[in-house]
Design a protein around this ligand. Structure first.
Ligand SMILES: Cc1cc2nc3c(=O)[nH]c(=O)nc-3n(C[C@H](O)[C@H](O)[C@H](O)COP(=O)(O)OP(=O)(O)OC[C@H]3O[C@@H](n4cnc5c(N)ncnc54)[C@H](O)[C@@H]3O)c2cc1C
Length: 456
């Protein structure tokens, strides 16, 4: 990274470093710089094992994508190996906000302009499919992860944004319409105990879950299905050797007939062609210390998940016991020290909820989400023969296990594996190799846009 780019990455944080030092009282005595979710779902200890000499399918990445694919393949009788460079589920799958939506990022109009009306509808429908699928999957598999259809309040950060949100909700094509209710500014106290927002849209079908427990449930089912999951086993190199893949890992060499790359925002130099199609973006969350229920009931009275209309979005909710606020956002261009990212998050949280100004932080953490240049997820088979599934653009709680399952069904030759995203070009940009040097400027531009009502 050039010194100029490194400085641009660092510069917005200097003030926060100083503030962190000045604000040690922001942190609770038992503060931890790791996900709050790891309290109820500690990092799993797997039996120590080495990769087998050979397997049918090797999957790189043990998050929702990799495990969902593994489950489908193992239950169809394949010998499956899942490898992760860290603990199982160490990536975004145990770090996210647990907000479950129908989120396909591009609007119908944007999709129609690029792909035509029929594909646009089908792609938007995949978001709805994923939302239905995850509810059904959790029920079918009896995964105890606090899944609940609490509804999302999508709050407008200024008046022009409110008008745009209402227009967008009303213009949804009927075939793929998501139920919504317009909440005006004068009514919003039923949804959020804040005066900062200008009303918003309520999506009752959206849900919340405990990300750590969901991952743990998935891992348990995968292990029961006979999958070998090896943690702390980074893949260093991958070679297509006519008829099989040779996989070099930190714990030895293995061979597989098929390989699935499920590394999402952590996709690295093992698959350079995928790396240059993914833009890793840091997202961060803080959890507050325990709060009286009277306070949390006032702040988020109906236990909704909440997001706002900023391009550089804030998202927040209560913990599963309704005793803490979990507040997330994109406060830095790339992953940084959570002790530092906690400070701006706390500042933004108290702008929304001034009564939390003296509330301390119990946990702070971050992770890398994977954006793509067309803001759509991508799955399929690359020209070098490897399968991939990634690029959920910050909305992978439902999309990752859903598309992971679909990809596995494609490997099994099953018709239900077909998706509206099959065959879409997975694009990159000239000279981009996976280092998003442009992010600090892009985020600064969007922050500026977020402040200008006239661009809405
Ligand atoms: C702070 C934060 C908040 C979020 N909030 C939400 C939310 O509220 N709702 C929502 O829908 N989505 C949210 N997301 C996004 C969501 O969590 C992800 O889209 C989803 O978890 C992706 O799952 P995955 O299995 O594809 O990738 P991950 O869970 O990131 O797993 C990838 C794994 O690949 C491993 N890996 C990478 N390279 C190698 C290698 N060479 N060898 C071995 N292993 C390797 C990594 O160690 C990692 O464990 C959030 C993400 C973050 C970071």
């Amino acid at each position: 990274m050039s010194p100029l780019i490194a400085a641009a990455h660092r510069q917005p944080l200097l003030i926060d470093i100083v503030l962190t030092l000045m604000n040690s009282s922001l942190f609770a005595a038992d503060y931890k710089s790791e996900p709050y979710w790891w309290l109820a779902a500690p990092r799993p200890t797997l039996p120590h094992s080495l990769p087998p000499a050979a397997c049918d399918v090797a999957i790189i990445g043990s998050g929702y994508t990799g495990l969902a694919a593994a489950l489908e393949l193992a239950r169809a009788g394949r010998q499956v190996l899942v490898l992760d460079g860290e603990d199982a589920g160490w990536g975004c799958s145990t770090r996210n906000g647990g907000q479950v939506s129908s989120s396909i990022k591009p609007s119908y109009d944007e999709l129609e302009a690029h792909h035509g009306a029929a594909s646009a509808l089908a792609i938007r429908r995949e978001g709805l499919n994923a939302l239905e699928w995850i509810e059904d999957f959790i029920r079918r598999e009896r995964i105890d992860c606090n899944f609940s259809k609490v509804g999302r309040f999508h709050a407008a950060h200024h008046g022009a944004a409110f008008k745009a949100l209402v227009r967008e909700a009303k213009l949804q094509p009927k075939e793929v319409e998501v139920e919504y209710h317009v909440i005006s500014r004068s009514e919003q106290h039923t949804e959020i105990g804040s005066d900062l927002y200008h009303g918003g849209i309520l999506y009752p079908a959206h849900a919340s879950l405990h990300p750590g427990l969901f991952h743990q449930g998935l891992l348990d089912r995968v292990l029961q299905a006979g999958v070998q999951v090896i943690a702390k086993c980074r893949v260093h190199a991958l070679f297509n050797e006519r008829g099989h893949f040779r996989i070099e890992t930190a714990l030895g060499v293995t061979q597989a007939r098929e390989v699935i790359i499920a590394s999402n925002g952590y996709t690295g130099s093992v698959t350079p062609s995928l790396r240059r199609r993914i833009i890793p973006i840091g997202s961060h969350i803080i959890a507050t210390e325990l709060l009286p229920e009277a306070v949390t009931n006032r702040l988020i009275p109906k236990n909704r998940v909440i997001s706002d209309s900023r391009k550089v979005v804030f998202y927040f909710r209560l913990s599963e016991d309704r005793r803490r606020v979990l507040f997330g956002g994109r406060v830095a261009a790339s992953e940084t020290n959570p002790d530092i990212s906690a400070v701006p998050l706390h500042r933004h949280m108290t702008r929304i909820f001034p009564e939390l100004s003296t509330t301390r932080i119990s946990h702070s953490w971050g992770g890398l989400v994977a954006y793509t240049f067309d803001t759509l997820p991508h799955l399929g088979r690359h020209s070098d023969g490897i399968h991939y599934c990634m690029g959920y653009c910050g909305s992978g709680v439902s999309l990752a296990p859903y598309f992971g399952t679909r990809l596995a069904q494609q490997l099994l030759g099953r018709p239900e594996g077909r998706t509206a995203l099959d065959g879409l070009q997975f694009g990159t940009r000239p000279l981009y190799s996976g280092n998003p040097w442009f992010l600090p400027w892009t985020i600064a531009y969007y922050r500026l846009r977020d402040r200008l009502p006239m661009v809405w």
